[in-house]
Design a protein around this ligand. Structure first.
Ligand code: P6P
Length: 340
């Protein structure tokens, strides 16, 4: 007879174990990649601990500064950014860090040939929701330094199409804390077990359902979207795709995408008359989400083509984002993009 504790122990796979298995896919991987990703797991454990305490310690509210995006910085934004930079910069394999909170990339280990990865991240996406206890998230994208590129110009490190990502993921700080990542071999989810302080495999080989029942968009802006988007949303509402859809919108991209990944459907942040390039950032919001969506059987477009094909021109550039299940995205391709 296998004792319950023995059984649980044998079934429990931590994210560290999983990363070690996954990194065998990387030629010459010498544990550096798992060491790199452990910087993200450690930092996000500290971030979630602060988020869980937010109501109890003076960590709520605004820092008083305005970040490079012109957005008022929440205190947790600053803390999250500092912790991610602290843990990631201690990994010698990382040469460049680019954050939503920093105007320019940060350089590290410039004297080391080991420094061959760039990590681009949004330390706390949706942070304006913290004060009302809505789920927020950390997003990250890992790129490899192109050959023959040094530290004199960091742009080639980070301005790569999303298809070049060697890994991407997010942590959603919701009713539980869940890390979702991919190194190009499927999508895997790990739930933080507070009892042991470890991310434990809870969602192996995540697949986005072929079709869902929810569309997710800020309907207050409907009149500001291109007509074709409004018509697409009306098709979803009126049952043209087989049944009438329901609307779910949290206003926190990571949470809205996490639901779409699990339940299917479509999340949209379209271009608007005020923001013709959309609101979301290509490098550290749309690209990680698009990478995961495709790895899980979904699609992600900017209204003209595949998000992962966009050649970035600047670190903080914005893009429209439509991401979801096969059925909804094929209809979007045909009715809005007029392709497919
Ligand atoms: P709106 C949060 O501020 C964020 O950047 C994303 O997480 C979210 O999807 C979007 O903005 C919400 O924007 O205009 O609907 O409030």
């Amino acid at each position: 007879m296998v004792l319950a504790s023995q059984k649980d122990a044998t079934l429990m796979i931590t994210v560290q174990q999983h990363i070690l298995q996954e990194q065998q896919r990387f030629p010459g991987a010498t544990g550096e990649f798992s060491w790199l990703l452990s910087g993200i797991t450690m930092a996000t454990k500290l971030i979630q601990a602060k988020i869980r305490q937010a109501g109890l310690i003076d960590i709520l509210g605004v820092q008083g500064n305005v970040n490079v995006q012109g957005e008022v910085q929440q205190k947790l934004d600053v803390y999250s950014n500092d912790v991610l930079i602290q843990y990631l910069s201690s990994r010698e394999s990382i040469g460049v860090l680019a954050s939503e909170e920093n105007e320019k990339p940060l350089l590290f280990h410039q004297d080391s040939m080991e420094a061959k990865y760039a990590v681009v991240f949004d330390p706390l996406d949706g942070s304006s929701n913290i004060d009302v206890n809505v789920s927020v998230g950390t997003t990250f994208s890992i790129l490899r330094r192109p050959d023959d590129v040094g530290f004199d110009d960091t742009k080639p490190w980070v301005l790569q199409p999303g298809a070049q990502q060697i890994a991407a993921g997010y942590v959603v700080y919701g009713s539980s804390t869940i890390l979702v990542y991919s190194v190009g071999n499927g999508v895997h989810g790990f739930t933080l077990d507070p009892a042991i302080g470890a991310y434990v495999l809870s969602h192996p080989n995540m697949r986005m359902p072929e079709q869902g029942r929810y569309y997710s968009v800020n309907e207050a802006y409907l009149s500001r979207f291109p007509t074709s988007y409004a018509e697409y949303i009306q098709r979803l509402r009126s049952g043209e795709l087989g049944y009438p859809y329901a609307s779910r919108y949290i206003g926190s991209m990571v949470a809205d995408f996490h639901r779409t990944l699990l339940k299917g459907g479509v999340f949209l942040y379209p271009p608007t008359t005020e923001q013709p390039d959309g609101k979301l950032r290509l490098l550290y919001e749309a690209n990680p989400v698009a990478f995961l969506a495709e790895q899980a059987g979904g699609r992600a477009f900017d209204g003209h083509g595949n998000i992962l094909d966009i050649v970035p021109e600047s670190i903080h550039q914005r893009t429209p984002l439509v991401v979801g299940s096969q059925v909804e995205m094929l209809d979007f391709e045909r009715t809005v993009m007029k392709t497919g």
